[in-house]
Design a binder for this molecule. Sequence first.
Ligand SMILES: Nc1ncnc2c1ncn2[C@@H]1O[C@H](COP(=O)(O)OP(=O)(O)OP(=O)(O)O)[C@@H](O)[C@H]1O
Ligand SMILES: [Mg+2]
Length: 271
Amino acid sequence: MPSVVSLQGVSAYYPTSSDSFFVQSGWTRILEDISFQLSAGEILSIVGESGSGKSTLGKSIVGLVPKISGTFAFRSKTYNPLDMDHLREHIQIIFQDPYSSMNPMMTVSETLEEVIRLYPKTEELNTRMSRLLDRANIPKDALTKYPHELSGGQRQRVCIARSLAVEPEVLICDEIVSALDVSVQAKILNLLKDLAEQKSIAILFTTHDLHVVESFADNVLVMTKGKIAESGSVEDIFQNPANDYTKSLLEAVPGKNHAKESEILMPSSSS
Ligand SMILES: Nc1ncnc2c1ncn2[C@@H]1O[C@H](COP(=O)(O)OP(=O)(O)OP(=O)(O)O)[C@@H](O)[C@H]1O
Ligand SMILES: [Mg+2]
């Protein structure tokens, strides 16, 4: 399958923090020599310890990192993420905290309407609106509600619906279910899986939860210290990790390889 997004030899930098707010002493490299491809309908999970550069990777693709180098391509055509307004409707990003990315003064219907109007299509607003609600599984009675009146899971659905309003081909999801409880997580993951399968949307999914990766992603990219430690299909990497860092990551998963040990350590906690 042809790639929708590809990165070749990408590095990303943030300004080095300095003692003085006014003097910038240089750039710190956060990502180094990142290369991978993402295909239509693929769910690619990015995992790695905190600070390994997962969020920076997602942000660099949509130009939210101030300095980057290397080659970015969308549908085999190179683009500059720092000048990609023409690609906004193709590549969308969603973050962990939906509350901070919503306007507290706007109802759900105003939030969605704003984006629908920004990206006009031939279909009527109402048709697009009800399809979005349907797709993201948002009840109609939520339309008149403000962000503070919604649950965390509902807010994240609205953010997903808002991203889908532009009919993107790529959805970058940065820890979007991490703050939600497990049953709400499962529903949102199912929704994303449907979008990948039925709409062929390519999904880049950043998480620190390897259980989620195992049940949900097709392929996985393991990051450590701003570099790719290894990558491949979830099955291969989980069954046969080649890299020491990946092995330690997998061994640290609660309830996986250590189930017996924890039973021995905590005999009374049967719940
Ligand atoms: N806006 C920023 N300015 C300067 N440095 C930053 C900025 N954002 C992130 N960094 C640094 O970049 C490195 C990678 O951060 P990033 O947020 O990409 O990690 P992460 O893998 O997403 O971590 P987590 O699992 O905690 O979300 C860290 O050392 C972090 O301190
Ligand atoms: Mg992060």
